[in-house]
Design a protein around this ligand. Structure first.
Ligand SMILES: C[S@@+](CC[C@H](N)C(=O)[O-])C[C@H]1O[C@@H](n2cnc3c(N)ncnc32)[C@H](O)[C@@H]1O
Length: 270
């Protein structure tokens, strides 16, 4: 991944939450929250929480005396999450780099992370930090996207942009969010970080949108693909969206559209 692949700021938090979260994150947030709550944790740490897609679903499921520490590297993402969360004295918001967590050893029963580990420049440091702050026997619960070919709209948008910028195609989606999907590698990395009892489930869902334009806007404006498009030609963002929308319409129709998304859901014990 590139250094810029982790800067979620400017208009990204709002566009991310408005377009991307309903398009692809909500079904997996419901799944992760259900799994997290079934462990009945008293002390929960969420890392790379973004605009709070998981937080909003998990908080109401935790017990009244639980504490829920919600963190992200980028303060603008966390500010957006906090602005959408009803008042809740159990939640502590804190800016934190998952690679250097500002918490004591063995402080949490559960560390959860939705679609965040792909953004860690040094994944092993992130895994070791998650293990360090977990109590022995505590759980690390997270998910990662499967390969881009299993995530149809992301693949369509990436292919459309490659037609538009043939000499230097914007590859953010393939490189980073869809760049860490090898189950054997994930298992090896977790083992090396000291985790055991790994379970990995591959889960398909449907991504739905009222029109082909919405996934095009979501990926081109609500992700760091925007930064990549504008770096190639600051004037071409709208044209890129229209080109991606036409490609999606050609493949999926001009009305409501739906296509497969797929992710791996991982649980490991510290
Ligand atoms: C695809 S978003 C996922 C956000 C959220 N979990 C969700 O499901 O919508 C990835 C998040 O990882 C965060 N991130 C990137 N690098 C990070 C790091 N080193 N430590 C903590 N968070 C990081 C970004 O700020 C961003 O909010």
């Amino acid at each position: 991944m590139l250094e810029t692949d982790k800067i979620f700021a400017g208009s990204i938090p709002e566009n991310y939450d408005r377009y991307m979260v309903p398009l692809i994150f909500e079904p997996y947030a419901a799944d992760l929250a259900r799994r997290a709550a079934s462990l009945s944790p008293d002390t929960v740490l969420e890392i790379a929480a973004g605009t709070g897609a998981v937080t909003r679903i998990l908080a109401p499921k935790l017990s009244a005396d639980a504490t829920y520490t919600v963190t992200d590297l980028n303060q603008p993402m966390l500010d957006y999450a906090a602005s959408r969360q009803p008042p809740d004295s159990r939640i502590r918001w804190r800016q934190a780099d998952a690679l250097a967590l500002p918490f004591e050893n063995a402080a949490f029963d559960l560390v959860c992370c939705q679609f965040g580990v792909m953004f860690f420049p040094d994944r092993m440091s992130g895994y070791r930090e998650a293990r360090r702050v977990l109590k022995p026997g505590g759980h690390f619960l997270f998910n990662v996207w499967d390969r881009i070919e299993e995530n149809i709209f992301a693949h369509d948008v990436t292919n459309a942009l490659a037609e538009m910028f043939p000499d230097d195609p914007p590859r953010f989606l393939a490189r980073t969010p869809h760049g860490y999907h090898d189950i054997a590698l994930i298992r090896r990395d977790l083992e090396e970080a000291g985790f055991s009892h790994m379970t990995i489930e591959t889960r398909a869902e449907q991504s739905r949108a009222p029109s082909p334009r919405l996934p095009a806007v979501a990926y081109c404006q609500g992700t760091l693909l925007r930064t990549e498009i504008e770096a190639r030609d600051a004037e071409k963002l709208d044209a890129a969206i229209e080109h991606a929308a036409s490609a999606i319409a050609a493949r999926h129709g001009s009305g409501e559209v739906a296509a497969k998304i797929q992710a791996h859901v991982i649980m490991a014990v510290a």
